[in-house]
Design a protein around this ligand. Structure first.
Ligand SMILES: [Zn+2]
Length: 284
């Protein structure tokens, strides 16, 4: 059966978002701008001399503790995963992500703000066919008790098991076939978990002052400080992180990712394995 020949896309018109970063706490500005076909997603530090660029691919990942950081030369960009997830899920193949600051605005703590930003810019087709890698066989990675497997599939699907003995969180499961509408309504609003003692320490140190208490699912020793939007909100946020981190493998289609306990390090490891294992590119 002939497959529909989709075209590559980019951002329709430049759009800007002002906010504060999580770590620096200072003002930062994010602009999404159009880019030509076959550019991929490229980040640019507008506040550094020479305005250096960093391609958002696995080769440029320099840190995966707590968030995914990319870098080249002196340029570092922290916490790329929520913006990357929104671009990937809304099927934006090419974009220049310009940043004043070291990380994107923390925004809603998830990806709903970035989805709204992309929607306001619109997604424009380019005169070039979309190419994507498709796995032909299972690909898997493990680290300790965290595991991920990517199976060939007719759709892009992510299933996540969050394992916790915290009485208010407990073990959560989320499973979604990711398309723009499912991402916008079911995944993008889901926030990460934040421990109360860490949030308080962040505030005491003067960082994170611009972050509202409902920008994370804040939990104490035994209870929830912030009510959850979904009974499995933390697992849904992990799906969001996986969509963003796997976007660092470039266009990959037709896979079902099943993950247990995984974090950014393992997500990026799977993205790296996918780029090594699947070399064949198909139109999709
Ligand atoms: Zn996240």
């Amino acid at each position: 059966m002939a497959r529909h020949q989709a075209r590559q896309t980019t951002i329709g018109t430049p759009v800007t978002l002002d906010g504060v970063g999580l770590h620096g706490g200072g003002p930062c500005r994010l602009t999404l701008a159009p880019a030509p076909a076959d550019t991929g997603i490229v980040w640019q530090r507008m506040d550094l001399p020479g305005r250096p660029t960093v391609p958002a691919t696995v080769e440029y990942v320099v840190d995966t503790r707590r968030a995914t950081t990319i870098g080249r030369g002196v340029a570092r960009i922290r916490t790329v995963e929520h913006v990357m997830a929104a671009l990937r899920a809304l099927e934006v193949d090419n974009a220049l992500v310009q940043l004043e600051g070291e990380e994107p605005p923390f925004a809603d703590g998830a990806a709903a703000t970035f989805v709204a930003l992309i929607r306001s810019a619109s997604v424009a087709p380019l005169d070039a066919p979309r190419r994507a890698r498709r796995p032909r066989a299972p690909v898997w990675v493990s680290s300790g008790d965290a595991h991920m497997v990517a199976l060939p599939s007719s759709e892009f699907r992510v299933s996540y098991t969050f394992v916790s003995d915290h009485p208010a969180l407990r073990t959560q499961f989320a499973d979604f076939a990711v398309d723009p509408d499912v991402f916008e309504h079911e995944i993008a609003p889901a926030r990460t978990v934040g421990w109360l003692h860490e949030v308080e320490a962040l505030r005491r140190s003067g960082l994170g002052l611009g972050i509202t208490k409902d920008a994370a699912v804040v939990v104490g020793e035994t209870d929830l400080v912030t009510p959850m939007r979904f009974a499995n909100e933390v697992a849904r946020h992990k799906v969001l992180d996986i969509v963003g981190d796997l976007a660092l493998a470039g266009p990959v289609a037709g896979l079902h990712v099943i993950a247990v306990r995984s974090g950014h390090q393992l997500h990026v490891e799977l993205a790296r394995r996918l780029t090594q294992v699947i070399v064949e590119e198909d139109a999709c």
